[in-house]
Design a binder for this molecule. Sequence first.
Ligand code: B1M
Length: 211
Amino acid sequence: MTTAALSQLTEAIKSGNRKQATALTSQAISAGTPAREILDAMVAAMDEVGRRFKCNEIFVPEMLIAARAMKEALALLEPVLVKAGIRPTHTAVIGTVQGDLHDIGKNLVAMMWKGANFNVIDLGSNVAPDKFVAAAREHQANVVGLSALLTTTMPAMKTTIDAIHAAGLNQIKVVIGGAPITQAFADEIGADGYAAEAASAVEVARKLVAA
Ligand code: B1M
């Protein structure tokens, strides 16, 4: 498949055109395009979506639509990636902390991390600290992402970080975020990273796993 066709795939995902994104992915696979090149074209799309979201050039709906196109296209590519021995190099466990049912922002972060080729284990919302610990251990997570939208559930972030450390999983990097969360709070409770929105969550996680 030509570079121009792969650029079209990037564009299709960026604009959230699922039909075109899946058709172009199928064509690329049939044409024998290396899986890595197809994946790179997809990840480039989500990087650009993240950049636009950060600059307020696009908003949550556009981001969700792009992430859905990415998800469908990636599902087609997944068996090819597995066959080629290409796997996500890093695993992230994510959830909304105990007592908190808000999951829209957390879902966006999960989608962006998937778009950045992380293996994402999404535990959902209202997740107890021991559940985070068990999942992080089971999946050998490199990153744990905690989301909270309520001032009353912010303390559950500290409890979760304490549980992760108490379990001896000190190598795992914890990223936190959510509307009431600040860098100062992240520093106070011993989180490794803070992201104000989903696009920055990709940058923060990438930096932490590379460190
Ligand atoms: Co609730 N709620 N809610 N709510 N809710 C808020 C958060 C609130 C600010 C509304 C208000 O009063 N103005 C307020 C909290 C006040 C406070 O704590 N200071 C509030 C309240 C009080 C409540 C209840 C207590 C109401 C009640 O029952 N009396 C109750 C609590 C239930 C519970 O959780 N135990 C409740 C319930 C609900 C619904 C279930 C109805 C629903 C949630 C549905 C769902 O998520 N499935 C809901 C909603 C929708 C909201 C608002 C309106 C929208 C939240 C949202 O989805 N925003 C919200 C008001 C508001 O924010 N305007 C509100 C869109 C989303 C994309 O943004 O989640 O901020 P956000 O995520 C961003 C960033 O924060 C960041 O990236 C995302 C994308 O950029 N981010 C991360 C998020 N997680 C991250 C993790 C990271 C990094 C970045 O790393 C891991």
